[in-house]
Write a protein that binds this ligand. Structure first.
Ligand SMILES: CC(C)(COP(=O)(O)OP(=O)(O)OC[C@H]1O[C@@H](n2cnc3c(N)ncnc32)[C@H](O)[C@@H]1OP(=O)(O)O)[C@@H](O)C(=O)NCCC(=O)NCCS
Length: 182
């Protein structure tokens, strides 16, 4: 498991799927995600089956927060589209527990994933896509060290409107400079 100050990241288990089902079908949660259609429990099971066949570094990670002496599931995250030759990968995240938004868990998760990506997977570039309609996510990513690198204009159609899709990234050199400055 990957441990941070208040959270840890672990492999996804079948028992997590009920929460994932609730979260992914919540319009407030999936507004910022590339998920537009209702997901069934069977869709969730199939997603986990497919994910369990992915290479180890691309397997999804459950986000848990420390509660007393135990841990509570609050979301999901992970690397996708890893390109080993270019040492680049994309990140995704969902904090499903809405009452925990704006408490720094998203930022902490991204910082932990960056540390894992640079210091364990030896990546050189970690990037993500965020909709212009999701300022909370953009702010969390900036706090974690991501910088805007480009915008795909009208890149997504959601709720009857087009929105821009921002690409943000962190390079290994920037990660190291930031770590040395702390
Ligand atoms: C996006 C997400 C991961 C962020 O996690 P989080 O734990 O809520 O984020 P944090 O608390 O670390 O940071 C949020 C920041 O955005 C700020 N913020 C919140 N709403 C905002 C708004 N409308 N405009 C600008 N900033 C906003 C918060 O104040 C906070 O910044 P601060 O610490 O400087 O005050 C989480 O909200 C989530 O999973 N949402 C649903 C799924 C999703 O959208 N995933 C991302 C897809 S790209």
């Amino acid at each position: 498991m990957i441990y941070g100050k208040r959270i840890r990241l672990r492999g996804v288990e079948k028992k997590d799927l009920q929460k994932y089902y609730d979260w992914i079908n919540d319009p407030d949660v999936n507004e910022g995600l590339a998920v537009d259609l209702p997901m069934s429990s069977l869709d969730e099971e199939r997603w986990l089956e497919r994910a369990s066949e992915a290479e180890q570094a691309e397997k999804p990670l459950a986000i848990e927060m420390r509660v007393g002496r135990g841990w509570k599931l609050i979301g999901n995250c992970g690397f996708i589209h890893i390109e080993w030759r270019h040492r680049a990968a994309e990140l995704g995240i969902m904090i499903g527990e809405k009452k925990l938004w704006n408490q720094g868990y998203g930022t902490e998760t991204m910082q932990l994933l960056l540390k894992h990506g640079f210091e364990t997977l030896n990546l050189n570039r970690i990037y993500l896509q965020v909709y212009s309609t999701n300022p909370r996510a953009k702010r969390a990513y900036e706090k974690a060290g991501f910088v805007l690198e480009g915008t795909m204009r009208a890149g997504v159609y959601k709720k009857g409107k087009y929105a821009d899709v921002h690409f943000m990234s962190v390079l290994a050199s920037e990660w190291e400079a930031r770590r040395e400055g702390q």
